[in-house]
Each structure stands twice: as structure tokens, then as C-alpha cells.
Write a protein that binds this ligand. Structure first.
Ligand code: ZN
Length: 107
């Protein structure tokens, strides 16, 4: 592995729902600029490579300015009770929604 993980993180404050825990939603960047198909969007929602996401957590935390000790629990229903918005529930007592895109840095 001579590639370093590059992540982009955005943070929004959630204004709906009762949960006070922060959420983290993760995607992989695509290798090209073609628009995503509806099919791929639907598929990716339900086939999340959680193990790979976990490996990127340190880089995501660094980019987001979060403590390295932040705990992340994977939840298929993190963002919606129907399961369409899986993500990590963080042990941070705020209403942040983080969105992280994992890419590969050009060598
Ligand atoms: Zn849903």
C-alpha cells in the first residue's frame, strides 16, 4: 500500500429527530466523474463495506477535528428507521451529522 487515505468531511447540525448523538455517514469517492446511477445509489446504501469504513475512521476523525478516542457504533438505521441511511452513531453528545467521502490521494 503506497496510497494514503484522503478524506473529505462535512458537518451539519441536525434539526430533526430526538437523538442527541452525532452521526457519521461514509462513502467511497468514485474513480471517475460519471454521474451515479440510481441503481448504484440504491445498491450502495445496503452493501456498506463497514470494515473498510472503520479502517478510515482515524483519517476521518483527523479531518473532522474529532478526538481519536471517539467511539463509533455501526447502525443500519442511523439516519432512518427504514434502513436506507446506515452510518455510525458516535459517542458525541451533539446533533452533528458528519458526511465523509473516502478517496485515494494521487501519488
Ligand atoms: Zn429510510
Amino acid at each position: 500500500m503506497n496510497e494514503t487515505t484522503k478524506v473529505e468531511v462535512t458537518r451539519k447540525i441536525r434539526r430533526w429527530g430526538r437523538s442527541r448523538r452525532a452521526r457519521l455517514y461514509v462513502w467511497f469517492a468514485r474513480d471517475d466523474d460519471r454521474p451515479r446511477t440510481v441503481e448504484s445509489l440504491l445498491t450502495e446504501r445496503y452493501t456498506n463495506p463497514v470494515t473498510a469504513y472503520r479502517k478510515a475512521l482515524p483519517a476521518i476523525y483527523e479531518a473532522a477535528g474529532l478526538p481519536t478516542t471517539t467511539k463509533a457504533a455501526w447502525s443500519q438505521t442511523a439516519g432512518c428507521s427504514c434502513g436506507c441511511s446506515p452510518g455510525f452513531v458516535l459517542d458525541l453528545d451533539d446533533r452533528s451529522d458528519f458526511e465523509a467521502i473516502i478517496g485515494k490521494e494521487q501519488a
